[in-house]
Design a protein around this ligand. Sequence first.
Ligand code: S3P
Length: 197
Amino acid sequence: MDTKAEQAAPPGPALHLSKSIVMVGLMGAGKSRIGRELATRLNYDFIDADDEIINAAGCSISDIFERYGEDAFRDVEMKVITRLLDGPPRIIATGGGAFINESVRQKIATSGISIWLKADLDVLVERTARRTGRPLLNKGDPKTIIEDLMEQRYPIYASANIAVYSRDVPIDKTVDEVEAALENFLIAGKQQKVVDQ
Ligand code: S3P
């Protein structure tokens, strides 16, 4: 027999979205992991823009950079994200450079809700070391590269609608914080800034 909680559970998405949620932030910030978990909780589809690019190109991101160059990658990235944002509301994880492109940023501003996952240098270095396939980090010392990217990109990510700290805590805790910030944003309609630890 159904429990009371099951009988009372409302059908469909837990939170009504009229626009897609777009996860932004540096490599290793947890955009895909946290985005996927958020999608499960909110009962929306999750889509990873980098995976869409890989499917469209039929080769890895490293291969795209190597064969056609970064500009070509950015071009495809913009087309893919525009297409995704023109579709039904869902949770979209973007590659770290997407939000830095002004055209992409404008498209996200009109057709999406951006969530920046802000993380400290050591966390990003540790997490990005766990997997290869990030061509920007092969150009030298990853820690120095990430540090430079933080300097260049953090002021731009800071314009996202919502910012949440991504740190080494159980994923559920970060997703709780993202969900709460999203609810506040939808109610208040104004930017939800990160609370520094
Ligand atoms: C990039 C981040 C990568 C990928 C590409 C470029 C960047 O995605 O899009 O290697 O410019 O920061 P992740 O942030 O998912 O690693």
